[in-house]
Design a protein around this ligand. Sequence first.
Ligand code: HEC
Length: 157
Amino acid sequence: MKLLKKISLGVLVVFVAMQFFSPTKNTSAGKHTEAFIKQTNPSPELKTSFETSCYDCHSNNTEYPWYNNIAPISYLLAGHVKDGKEHLNFSEWENYSLDKKDRLLTEIEEQVVNGKMPLSQYTLFHKNTELTTSEVNKLVEWVRQTRIIYQLGKQPK
Ligand code: HEC
């Protein structure tokens, strides 16, 4: 019993100490995805889907839930954001090469159609972020059209 008390106290001390540290937040003011929207021209509904379901991990601005103030959750979320942005960052879209954009569009379709994105850990805690069938269909159509536009741009004059 004495040992258990000591361990609990130790865990508590570590937990409290952790609260004094937090990872740098991923925030960005202004229209950080404007170039992406301009270039790929999603419908207003699809634009909203990206905002509610993808930007938290794939852009330079995350809207944090209250529990992000609790360590170690804050570190877990920061890890997702860092990892997500490394793979795909809608705020950096304009800087990607045509080939990379084309590959990412294919990946976006694949991930969404297979229900892998948004991550299930995310949809579990964020209501209504899972894409509906109709939203998925709109995304697939948008990928098709956007790839054609990019392919045309790629062809030599
Ligand atoms: C909770 C954070 C989170 C959300 C929300 C999220 N993603 Fe991701 N995404 C990640 C992480 C982390 C990875 C890295 C690979 C992995 O873990 O599967 C990733 C990988 C990807 C990839 C793979 C890119 C590559 O280069 O292979 C694509 C495409 C993608 N996400 C698209 C989306 C789309 C589209 C949405 C919205 C419908 C979305 N993601 C929502 C975290 C997220």
